[in-house]
Design a protein. Structure first.
Length: 237
């Protein structure tokens, strides 16, 4: 065996296995920061007391965390239901028309550039080993690495919402109402930038784009709610 014939495996780290919980965690943190900060900024801009701002923020924090958890659980459960239905349908088709499914898998590999004879050999080998898994992976794109867990997604979303939603409360440490309003904004934008950087790092991508997106989006959300709060204050609504 020559040096070129030997193969030495090397460790690799990929981020696809994080997709299920990472999306929920990043979404929860961003939503917590933007939702609670926007709520508090809107209340503060309307001229209400600090205790009212705190009460509104805490109410939004608890309601938002529960909403995020329930929403993620239902959403991911629906995704799992679809994947389960696909699995059952594919198993039924393999049982009823194995030759047609073999030809379908062969065509998939052939369309990817594998010569027809080799594509047929690969399809036959995979059908002999685990035909259902082969079709789920190569025909439908299902993968154990990217499949989501409803409970995991719900907990990640709720926990990250709570962590993100608590940051704007630091703005209440400022001595005056105007200073509190601006400190909430600064703390929130800083938290959004950090969340964008951490999310990008966890996903293995560059940090500038994700951080800029969440900061700009959060800033716009707070500006709109501050304007609404100011209008409500002026109009006496």
């Amino acid at each position: 065996m020559t040096r070129h014939d030997r193969f030495t495996p090397h460790p690799e780290t990929h981020t696809a296995s994080r997709a299920g919980w990472l999306r929920a965690a990043v979404l929860g943190a961003n939503d917590g920061l933007v939702s609670i900060a926007s709520l508090m900024v809107g209340l503060a801009a309307s001229g209400v007391s600090t205790s009212t701002v705190v009460t509104g923020g805490l109410a939004g924090l608890s309601a938002g965390a529960m909403s995020m958890a329930a929403g993620e659980y239902v959403s991911v459960s629906s995704q799992v239901d679809v994947e389960t239905a696909d699995r059952a349908k594919e198993a039924r088709e393999l049982a009823e028309a194995p030759e047609a499914e073999l030809a379908e898998l062969t065509a998939i590999y052939e369309n990817r550039g594998v010569p027809r004879d080799l594509a047929r050999q690969v399809a036959e080998a995979l059908h002999a080993a685990d035909p259902l898994q082969a079709h789920l992976r190569d025909e439908l794109g299902h993968s154990d690495n990217t499949s989501a867990n409803p409970l995991q997604a719900a907990l990640a979303s709720a926990a990250s919402f709570l962590v993100g939603g608590l940051l704007p409360f630091l703005g209440l440490l400022a001595p005056s109402s105007t200073a509190r309003l601006w400190l909430i904004v600064v703390v929130t934008l800083s938290g959004l930038a950090l969340a964008g950087v951490l999310g990008a790092r966890a996903a293995g991508t560059t940090v500038l784009g994700p951080a800029a997106r969440v900061v700009i989006g959060g800033g716009l959300a707070m500006a709109v709610t501050a304007a609404v709060g100011q209008i409500a204050h002026v109009s006496g609504v």
